[in-house]
Design a protein around this ligand. Structure first.
Ligand code: HXC
Length: 531
């Protein structure tokens, strides 16, 4: 049992030396608790809260605050156990020389749960991040609201959620999930911008399997309920690292692409940008297969346009039909959104729409230009999608692109059919520069579908052989006249039809031209995105 009386002095103090000895004893108590935490965490192949912070920040830069905070609860025998820190390590540091504020739960203290004192600590950390305009990083390993502190614990979680919402779109909020995170400890990271999880040791859910069984009778496991695989498939997390080090490293790389706050710009890096067309650029001239039904690797396109081929994908295992992530062009961060023809032929379904919309809104909030690569046969039709609300949920794409004011450059690679054309960074939704490859097909739908819709009655009247011949002829005519980029280019909806090998240079020129773009939205309290 530790710290029975919160401010009782372990030594009699009359001299400065006595005061220093007193401080030293109190620090020893923290060290002893840290040693105990280390043994317990390491036994579960987990790091301690302080070790986790050290993994993330520049060596020696972490300044801990509120290490002497203790809870003041007297219920459930809590008066006999008042450990320093109250299950949270909080403070500020630098990451690659940039300021961050952060907190990390200590699961070895009451399951890392949050009561009043713990709540006051984490609120102080986020308030500090907001005051100075720096990113907030949370390291989560917690059972959520502390049962012993009842409604106070709930109140602090709700207050924290409100602070996170206030900070949303003002400072980047990044989280690590590195243990079983229940209730508020899972909700709060979900409210933020990006979540990275470490494999084997991490879970996130409303509550754990035991409570689920007690409440609903359902038997389930940590893995099924909110393990890394499930959390990625549901879109709850953006990255699953092989271990804590891997997850932390991903978060640091991501941070390198982000500004400190919504009034600043992401850091600019040196780049080896070649102003000449390279062999890598020329490879794009032969990338698109001759058959529309064949796919290619969209990462081959992205990697040839961003600096050094370095692309940090987010939510790689969720809605794989759309790819989102960060790269740089001439050293400046760019957010990439691209259809992936290898999954659902690149069609937009509900998950893809929600994934891309949230990513676009993040980029827009933090002054990150958006580069869109289009090869989309449209929204995914069908009973399942309609019943799950694709109209409401798919329209988020329209909303996100339409409200965004950051520079937007779009390249149509192949199909740009129907609603897919409209939402994937079209000129009509406010894109600034729209390129198309000669292989682009900008149309309401593909030739085969269009011919059937337009000639249904006429074709039905024909015999089988004649119908096949007529269909073939009509399809060829449609392809000739409509399945190309020129119909759109003639109207100025496409600014230039370019050779694929020119893409990197032209995208870079367009983004450079747009760097000081200014655009504002009409004054309003906030919009009403279909949620
Ligand atoms: C206080 C808690 C606790 C809690 C666990 N512990 N949950 N203490 N408040 N909510 C304690 C245990 O008593 C135990 O203490 C230690 O933490 C470890 O717990 P275990 O169950 O042994 O660990 P494990 O098997 O790993 O399971 C972890 C768990 C599970 C999945 C988190 O404990 C669980 O499901 N807890 C309940 C989670 C929950 O329902 N939280 C409240 C959600 S409501 P000892 O002393 O034995 O080490 C909420 C409000 C959200 O958060 C509001 C959002 C705005």
């Amino acid at each position: 049992m530790t710290g029975k009386l919160s401010s009782e002095s372990p030594v009699r103090k009359s001299t400065t030396a006595d005061h220093l000895a007193d401080l030293s004893l109190r620090r020893d108590e923290i060290q002893t608790a840290e040693k105990r935490a280390l043994d317990r965490q390491h036994a579960k192949s987990k790091l301690t809260a302080r070790e986790r912070i050290e993994l993330l920040v520049d060596p020696g830069s972490f300044v801990e605050i509120d290490a002497f905070v203790r809870h003041r609860c007297n219920d459930f025998g809590m008066e006999d156990n008042r450990p320093y820190g109250d299950g949270a390590v909080t403070g500020f540091a630098t990451v690659d020389g940039r300021r961050v504020c952060l907190y990390a739960h200590d699961f070895t203290v009451l399951g890392g749960s949050m009561g009043v004192a713990h709540g006051e600590k984490v609120l102080k950390a986020i308030d500090m991040a907001m005051k100075v305009g720096c990113p907030m990083i949370t390291i989560n390993d917690s059972a959520g609201a502390r049962i012993q502190e009842g409604v106070d614990a709930l109140g602090y979680y709700a207050t924290l959620a409100r602070r996170v919402v206030r900070a949303s779109g003002v400072i980047p909020q990044l989280s690590l999930i590195v243990g079983p995170c229940a209730g508020g400890a899972a909700y709060v990271p979900s409210l933020g911008d990006f979540v990275a999880m470490a494999d084997e040791i991490s879970y996130m859910f409303v509550t754990g399997p035991d409570v689920v069984h007690t409440v609903t009778g359902e038997r389930t496991t940590f893995e099924e309920l909110g393990g890394p695989e499930v959390s990625m498939e549901t879109g709850n997390v953006h990255f699953v690292g092989a271990d804590e080090q891997d997850a932390a490293s991903w978060l640091k790389t991501l941070l390198g692409h982000l500004p400190d706050n919504n009034m600043s710009h992401p850091p600019v890096y040196d780049s080896d940008f070649s102003p000449e067309i390279t062999q890598s650029d020329l490879d794009l001239d032969t990338l698109i297969p001759d058959s529309l039904n064949m796919s290619y690797d969209i990462f081959d396109v992205i990697g040839r346009v961003v600096d050094d081929g370095e692309f940090l994908e987010t939510q790689a295992g969720f809605a794989r039909n759309v790819v989102c992530g960060m790269g740089r062009v001439q050293g400046h961060t760019v957010g990439v959104v691209a259809n992936n023809p290898r999954f659902l032929a690149g069609a937009l379904d509900i998950d893809a729409s929600e994934k891309a919309s949230r990513f676009v809104r993040f980029c827009d909030a933090f002054n990150i230009p958006i580069l869109t690569f289009v090869d989309v046969p449209g929204y995914l039709p069908g009973l399942d999608q309609e019943r799950r609300g694709i109209l409401r949920r798919g329209s988020k794409m329209l909303y996100a692109y339409s409200e965004s004011t950051v520079p937007k450059v779009t390249v149509v690679l192949r199909k740009a059919y129907g609603g897919g054309y409209a939402v994937m960074g079209s000129k009509h939704l406010g894109a600034d520069v729209n390129f198309a490859w000669p292989t682009a097909e900008v149309a309401v739908m593909g030739a085969v579908g269009a011919v059937q819709v337009l000639n249904k009655r006429k074709l039905a009247e024909l015999g089988e052989t004649e119908r096949a011949e007529a269909t073939e002829k009509l399809t060829a005519e449609y392809e000739q006249n409509f399945s190309n980029p020129y119909f759109a280019a003639e109207r100025g909806y496409i600014d230039a039809v370019i050779q694929p090998s020119q893409t990197r240079l032209l995208v870079a020129s367009a983004l450079a031209m747009l760097r000081d773009k200014q655009e504002s939205l009409p004054a309003k309290k906030h919009g009403n995105i279909p949620l």
